[in-house]
Write a protein that binds this ligand. Structure first.
Ligand SMILES: [Zn+2]
Ligand SMILES: [Zn+2]
Length: 282
């Protein structure tokens, strides 16, 4: 008899020391997640690396990524032995950059991922999800230009399609809100619905991301109104993610994510093995 309590909380967005932006120890992360009641999780390290001066937003090299993700698989095999009551999956977070999409398709084809997140972190060539330039990136841009360019790239990512769920769907608001005030999804409903319909057509799910629930914009990604539109459009797969890069974020706010999911009418969360979905009632 499966323990339903533990099947509700999943963390399908997590970075460890193999990610260029994290030094977190894998066993310590797993202990932390376990303490919060998480039994299903997936490590989704970045496929790309970053240059130290952050002059470019990301660099993808197929050979480097292949070697690094082989090492990740080896470590996860050891962790599965040490944490037998946890379902530990092998994933990746792919960043949309037009010049790398063919190489990323090749990477996805040759690597046995359980689950793949697709992300947009860049607006008009500038990394807006974090790093030195993220806050200033919005200064020279008007809200409408910044946000429509962002959602246009999310649409291109979805049309490319070699992944399972869109990560932090409206991360443009993370620092955008500092310049433009609170994000109002209604203003971009046309652009957003276009993306959601493309996701439905491709069978791509939506992530509920806790990364900025208690910092930056203090909101879930995506805004709950967007989750309601997902249900109206017929999107079926929803995942939860802490997006933790550090120990103290791992698994911490997933109970709140679960509460928001239930409130908007989401009835199931999805887990993935070999990119095949299993849904659990919440
Ligand atoms: Zn991301
Ligand atoms: Zn991430």
């Amino acid at each position: 008899m499966p323990n339903l309590k533990y099947e509700m909380l999943i963390d399908y967005h997590l970075h460890n020391h193999f990610s260029p932006d994290s030094v977190a120890d894998t066993a310590e992360l797993l202990k932390m997640e376990h303490g919060f009641g998480v039994r299903h999780l997936c490590f989704t390290n970045h496929a790309e690396t970053f240059d130290k001066k952050e002059e470019v937003a990301g660099i993808f090299k197929l050979k480097e990524a292949t070697t690094r993700f082989n090492e990740i698989q080896k470590e996860l095999a050891v962790m599965r032995g040490r944490f037998p009551d946890m379902d530990i999956r092998f994933g990746v977070e792919l960043q949309y950059q037009p010049e790398y999409m063919d190489a990323l398709a090749q990477f996805v084809k040759q690597t046995p991922f359980d689950f793949i997140l697709g992300s947009v972190h860049i607006i008009d060539g500038v990394l807006i999800s974090g790093g030195r330039h993220a806050k200033e990136a919005f200064k020279p841009m008007k809200e409408h230009t910044a946000y429509t360019h962002y959602f246009e790239d999310v649409l291109k990512l979805v049309e490319w399609g070699h992944f399972d769920a869109v990560a932090h769907f409206d991360i443009c608001k993370k620092f955008g809100h500092l310049h433009y005030g609170p994000f109002k999804p209604e203003k971009y409903k046309t652009e957003i619905l276009r993306v959601l319909k493309a996701m439905k057509a491709k069978g791509i799910g939506m992530e509920l991301n806790a990364g900025s629930l208690h910092k930056n914009c203090h909101e879930l990604f995506p805004h709950p109104d967007i989750l309601k539109w997902c249900l109206n459009v017929g999107i079926e797969n929803f995942t939860f993610g802490s997006d933790a890069h550090e120990l103290d974020r791992a698994g911490r706010y997933l109970h709140e994510v679960l509460a928001i999911a239930k409130e908007v009418g989401i009835t199931h969360v999805s887990t993935f093995k070999g990119r095949i979905t299993t849904r659990f009632k919440i």
